[in-house]
Design a protein around this ligand. Structure first.
Ligand SMILES: C[S@@+](CC[C@H](N)C(=O)[O-])C[C@H]1O[C@@H](n2cnc3c(N)ncnc32)[C@H](O)[C@@H]1O
Length: 205
């Protein structure tokens, strides 16, 4: 695990409440709409990559999904989510890992990543992520990746990011992923800044 990267994120989550971070959403509308649209069963395996303290998992539990994993590099972000969920937390598989080095032991039917892949600015890290993604996915499984849009912010959490549009994300993921949908979102941060996000829904062939 890259220590600098882990320290950065642990510090962010120890300095701020989960609902004060710039990416906070109380209702992850596009993610939930895309997940429901895939029509996967409630027993499908879903992983929220870099889920941090996001409330997506709360909503998925409420909808009846029962094979949920949340992975993050920052253990304290996962702890915040576990505390919030209280008794429900034991229904979730919590994984502390750097996604570029993750070794999956199961196949996922749906992979969700909001604002994580875009931090990988080096081609070697992007390649490592895509290799992990391919090892992790069940055939015909769905992949949702949300990043800052081309023309949107150039940094997230003080770190440089890569902005994606259709051609850039397709080029980096390769031919084994078929693009099904793109959706734009103007996210309003807790400090009322606007951030343009693009959500890409793929199917793994
Ligand atoms: C901008 S936040 C987004 C959090 C969440 N996906 C959401 O939308 O609310 C990025 C998250 O990715 C995690 N993260 C960053 N780099 C990571 C990596 N290489 N592997 C796993 N998690 C990572 C951070 O700890 C943080 O929780």
């Amino acid at each position: 695990m890259t220590l600098d990267r882990r320290n950065h994120w642990q510090k962010i989550y120890s300095d701020r409440q989960s609902n004060e971070v710039s990416w906070f959403q109380s209702y992850p509308a596009i993610s939930l709409r895309m997940i429901e649209q895939t029509k996967i069963s409630k027993h499908s395996r879903i992983i929220d990559v870099g889920g941090g303290a996001s409330v997506l998992v709360d909503h998925l539990l409420q909808l009846g999904f029962n094979q949920l994993s949340v992975l993050d590099i920052a253990a304290n972000a996962l702890d915040a989510a576990k505390q919030r969920l209280a008794g429900q937390a034991e229904k979730v598989n919590w994984i502390e890992a750097d996604i570029t080095q993750f070794q999956p032991i199961e196949k996922y039917d749906l992979w969700h990543d909001r604002a994580v892949f875009h931090f990988l600015t080096q081609a070697s890290e992007q390649k490592a992520y895509v290799n992990v993604l391919k090892q992790s996915m069940a055939k015909d499984g769905f992949v949702i990746i949300a990043s800052f849009s081309v023309g949107g912010p150039e940094k997230c959490s003080g770190l440089p990011i890569v902005q994606y549009d259709e051609s850039k994300i397709k080029a980096v993921l390769g031919d084994e992923f078929r693009l099904l949908e793109i959706c734009s979102e103007v996210h309003i941060t807790p400090s009322k800044q606007q951030q343009d996000f693009s959500y890409f829904l793929f199917q793994y062939l």
